[in-house]
Design a protein around this ligand. Structure first.
Ligand code: HEC
Length: 205
């Protein structure tokens, strides 16, 4: 009985932690260096074709074709940054804030906005998002469904090519789920390098 109560108590502590950034946790276990991840992110982001990161957001994260696509040089303008409470909450505890932001964006890139909108809040109750703080006019209480992340046909093809190259380089065969995890973490790592240090950015640098 005592063991059972102990396990339940432990569960209460461990569960919120598990609800955190599962995608990043899985990738951390894969033993891929940050340099490798960055290179993978760079290649995937710059994949050409319709409905790719590059097409919608543009080279360097701005000037792409998609109306309403976030300017990736300016993270303070992003929906996640604002909904998490913006500057005030960021300045109070930068590490916790950035961890929540990464959790949100990894799922967004991996699953795309339509699935994120349906599921994220339910499975991440520990992350407080206040959509009333978001100043982006369209669809203020959810992500714009055009944010497809890696879910389009050309991005899926790019993921397969990445996995083939990774296997040739490292001898490790990534399963389809693992490819998606790696792609989400790698592209977000690459995107953070676009931060231009201006008043609208200054989050990652
Ligand atoms: C079909 C167009 C499209 C594609 C493909 C796309 N995006 Fe986006 N992205 C958007 C739009 C539109 C937004 C703005 C979403 C919003 O404000 O609701 C966005 C927002 C973002 C954001 C900001 C998230 C936030 O919290 O506001 C990041 C980061 C991002 N995209 C990265 C990527 C990456 C990396 C890829 C490729 C793996 C990608 N996007 C693919 C259209 C796209």
């Amino acid at each position: 009985m005592r063991v059972l109560v102990g396990l339940i108590c432990l569960g209460l502590f461990v569960l919120p932690a598990l609800a955190a950034d599962k995608i990043a946790e899985r990738v951390a276990k894969m033993d891929i260096s940050e340099e490798q991840l960055f290179a993978i992110g760079e290649t995937l982001f710059n994949t050409e074709g319709a409905n790719t990161c590059l097409k919608c957001h543009g080279a360097g994260g701005h000037g792409g074709d998609q109306v309403g696509a976030a300017d990736l040089r300016h993270p303070r303008t992003w929906r996640s940054y604002q909904a998490l409470g913006g500057d005030e909450v960021f300045n109070a505890d930068k590490d916790a804030f950035l961890a929540n932001m990464a959790t949100i964006i990894h799922v967004l890139i991996r699953a795309g906005a339509p699935t994120w909108n349906l599921r994220f809040a339910k499975s991440h109750k520990d992350i407080e998002m206040d959509w009333s703080k978001v100043t982006i006019p369209d669809k203020v209480d959810k992500y714009n469904s055009m944010m497809k992340g890696i879910t389009s046909g050309p991005m899926k093809k790019a993921l397969k090519a990445m996995a083939k190259q990774f296997q040739a380089d490292s001898g490790i065969k990534l399963k389809s789920k693992e490819q998606k995890d790696v792609a989400a973490v790698a592209t977000y790592l690459y995107v953070r390098s676009f931060d231009d240090g201006s008043d609208k950015a200054g989050v990652f640098k």
